[in-house]
Design a binder for this molecule. Structure first.
Ligand code: GUN
Ligand code: ZN
Length: 427
């Protein structure tokens, strides 16, 4: 018999998308609720009293007034950029050449890749992030290191080999054929194993030839259940460069589309400066967009249009190390601020949704992202008074939204009181 655990606290879950439905309909909140976990799965939710009465013999973990929600889902990150986060003074292309590529070069060394993968998951778990969709480097070793580490911790995790065959330094380029061959053998090794998913990963159009994009389009056609992730329209200089490199393309999205790299399982990072056609086409095919707000302010890229969340699948992400934090709380705060600069006010429920269910949906991971019976029990307990500054503000809250918003805006890893990965504390 598998053991059952009843976790008690304040509980918050979603029954609809708060960008589509009124907040009262979208959210289920219990001031004293519970989550019953059995065999790594959430089997029941409800009030603490009802669950205790129905299950008098189960082990109880009482988190007091902490807020239980689904673990955070970071829909776009670069784990190999862990050690060069917060690198000063450059915009996208210079930043890649000055800081990113030299660091990524080091991942030909499997030992280094393993060291950084372990460090990365230590940091993300400490921040309450239980699933990440990451770019690796061009080196197959970097993918192996990431998945081996995620597997040993029982994590649901996604990643792919970053493919580049031009406009990158020696030692950081593959070819159309090796990109195809290496991606395919990594996909066959890892995709669907335990909680792991392989993601076909051309870095972005400027660093792939048309032949490489076509080769990866073919691979995706052979494995359409995989996600395909890439970057699009992050900075205006980048878009101008794409126009020069692909003179016959209608727009940036077209550089992917003509090579079979657009579909319902496509995940596009940044997507800040999209044309109307690009937005319409992405909606038509059901492709996902991922907002990376700390990266967009840190690298100076621009302000994502959160209005798109009404019509498109939108996820939220750190984009470390272009992003300036491993924390999805810091990322939600940045999303709030970016939206304010566009005259949009995001409700706390919308921010929490983006960091959990929204990202899970962007990544087509219906098993996670919400504390709903049947979901995998990746759960976090948020301390809503984790610092004196937050505590003095949340103490005068009149409702859960006023209580949680100070943690969203001012919180960090100190607010993560407990993490469960498939029902267990992380190892
Ligand atoms: N565009 C292509 N590669 C990258 C990357 O590593 N980080 C960011 N922020 N944008 C990119
Ligand atoms: Zn990125």
């Amino acid at each position: 018999m598998t053991s059952k655990t009843l976790i008690l606290g304040q509980t918050l879950r979603f029954r609809a998308n708060p960008f589509h439905a009124p907040i009262e309909d979208a959210v289920l909140y219990d001031a004293r609720g519970g989550v019953l976990v059995e065999g790594g799965i959430v089997t029941e939710t409800g009030t603490a009293d009802d669950l205790r009465r129905a299950h008098p013999d189960v082990t109880v973990t009482d988190m007091g007034d902490a807020l239980l929600i689904a673990g955070f889902v970071d829909a776009h990150a670069h784990y190999p950029q862990t050690a060069m986060i917060a690198s000063w003074g450059k915009r996208l292309i210079d930043w890649l050449e000055t800081y990113t590529f030299p660091e990524e070069m080091r991942f030909c060394d499997a030992e280094y890749a393993t060291e950084i993968a372990a460090r990365y998951f230590d940091l993300t778990l400490a921040n309450g992030t239980t699933t990440v969709c990451s770019y690796a480097t061009i080196h197959p070793e970097s993918v192996d290191a990431y998945f081996a580490e995620a597997k040993s911790r029982g994590l649901r995790a996604l990643a792919g080999k970053t493919c580049m065959d031009r406009n990158a330094p020696d030692g950081l380029r593959d070819t159309p054929q090796t990109a195809y061959d290496d991606s395919r053998s990594l996909l066959e090794r890892w995709h669907g194993q335990d909680r792991l998913s392989y993601v076909i990963t051309p870095r972005f159009s400027p660093t792939s030839t048309e032949d490489q994009l076509a080769a990866l389009g073919s691979l995706w056609a052979e494995h359409p259940d995989c996600l395909m992730q890439t970057h699009i329209s992050e900075q205006t200089d980048e878009i101008a460069w794409v126009r020069d490199l692909f003179p016959s393309a209608r727009d940036y999205l077209d550089t992917y589309e003509v090579h079979g790299l657009l579909g319902p399982n496509a995940v596009f990072g940044h997507a800040i400066h999209l044309t109307d056609r690009e937005q319409d086409r992405m909606r038509e095919v059901g492709a996902a967009l991922v907002h990376c707000p700390t990266s967009n302010t840190f690298i100076g890229s621009g302000l994502f249009d959160m209005g798109l969340a009404a019509t498109h699948r939108v996820g939220l992400a750190t984009d470390t190390g272009g992003g300036s934090s491993f924390s999805m709380l810091r990322t939600m705060a940045a999303a709030y601020e970016v939206a304010q600069l566009r005259g949009q006010s995001l409700h706390p429920s919308q921010l929490l949704w983006l960091a959990t269910e929204g990202s899970a949906k962007a990544l087509r991971q219906p098993q996670i992202g919400n504390l709903e019976p049947g979901r995998e029990a990746d759960i976090i307990a948020l301390d809503l008074a984790s610092t004196p500054a937050i505590a003095q503000r949340s103490s005068r809250a009149n409702d859960i939204w006023e209580a949680v918003f100070p943690t969203i805006i001012m919180g960090d890893d100190r607010a993560i009181r407990q993490v469960w990965v498939a029902g267990n504390p992380p190892n």
